[in-house]
Design a protein around this ligand. Structure first.
Ligand SMILES: [Zn+2]
Length: 353
């Protein structure tokens, strides 16, 4: 359903991306993660909207079926949300270890956290106005949010996660009212903190998604293609079984869609069986490589997954965000993704007749 009330029949294997796409060079320095804005004030606000228009156009032109904002209006997938909250001091920074992997200087929680006003709702409404196709909006997940902060107030990761879940739920309800069709929570931390995942991680995620009528998704990955992540991956051995921890819990949860990485990944594909019944957003584009996949390379990943997921529940996607790539490479990958999905769609139609 879209804002004008038209129901769009989703194609088989609807194509989408995890979230971020490269920004134009006049808005932020290309091929740099979290690079600062090149514009300021009203010009920046205008520039963000123009970048959003362009990224919607590019996705539609290249056959993407579920449109995202490409995170054109945000600098960082977690921090930009936190910047809008009370109780977090951005001048008072501490160095903490992110996802047990790399050190970063992060803001500190110094008081009760709260959301004064909506953070992304205006941007989402603008995106809604740019396309009649379904739109998906990503928010950080509660566990990933607390892992990006130092806490000097709550003294409990679980309590802080619960506060964030409540705040995220308020934001998600407003995004739903603004016409967003799918709300996605990014939880890369689910591939790292397995005890917390079981103790309260899934519960906090479900709290964030509570009462939503639109579809909900969770994205769990091995991170952007930056050095800290590729070094970490090199230590994980020949089989990456991290999803084995979260998938059985998610299978029993109310979350509708699970997003995972698969292209050039050591994740055993049969792990998808653990979320049978859920929709699967399958990463068929490697975001750590500037090689533009061929449609056949995309199709090969989708075919490998089909024994473990019903075709009407498979959503071809990217492994993770594509912000660190050049626009040429990222947009080329979008074309390959939709062409690869079309190959498999035709095979499935042929098998039916
Ligand atoms: Zn990711």
């Amino acid at each position: 359903m879209t804002g004008d009330g038209t129901v769009h029949q989703a194609p088989l294997l609807p194509v989408t991306t995890v979230g971020s796409l490269p920004k134009p060079a006049w808005l932020a320095e290309p091929e740099v993660l979290w690079s600062p804005w090149q514009l300021h004030g009203d010009v920046l606000a205008d520039g963000k909207r123009d970048a959003l228009r362009a990224v919607v156009h590019e996705q539609q032109r290249r056959g993407v079926d579920i449109i995202t904002d490409g995170e054109q209006t945000r600098q960082h997938f977690v921090t930009t949300f936190i910047e809008h909250l009370d109780g977090v001091d951005f001048d008072n920074r501490e160095t903490v270890r992110i996802r047990n992997r790399y050190d970063a200087s992060v803001p500190t929680v110094v008081g009760a956290v709260g959301r004064r006003a909506s953070v992304f709702v205006e941007d989402a409404a603008f995106l809604r106005g740019q396309t009649d196709l379904p739109i998906k909006w990503a928010l950080p997940g509660p566990m990933t949010m607390i892992d990006t902060l130092a806490d000097r107030h709550y003294g409990s990761r679980e309590r802080l996660a619960w506060e964030f879940a409540t705040i995220l739920n308020e934001e998600a309800r407003e995004l739903e009212a603004a016409g967003v069709d799918i709300i996605q929570f990014d939880e890369p931390a689910f591939n790292v903190f397995f005890d917390e995942l079981k103790d309260w991680g899934i519960a906090a995620l479900e709290r964030a998604a509570e009462g939503l009528r639109v579809e909900t998704a969770v994205h769990i990955c091995y991170g952007y293609g930056i050095k800290a992540n590729t070094d970490w991956k090199a230590t994980l051995g020949s089989e990456w079984r991290q999803y084995e921890e979260s998938f059985p819990l998610l299978q029993r949860s109310r979350i509708d869609i699970v997003s995972l990485e698969s292209q050039h990944s050591n994740v055993p594909i049969e792990l998808i069986e653990l979320i049978r019944g859920k929709k699967v957003m399958l990463g068929a584009l490697d975001v750590a490589s500037a090689h533009v996949e061929t449609p056949e390379e995309v199709a090969a990943v989708l075919r490998r997954a089909l024994p473990f997921v019903d075709a009407d529940k498979l959503i071809p996607s990217s492994n993770c965000g594509m912000a660190p790539l050049s626009r040429e490479v990222a947009f080329g990958k979008l074309s390959a993704l939709s062409a690869g999905a079309a190959l498999v769609r035709a095979e499935l139609a042929g098998a039916d007749s």
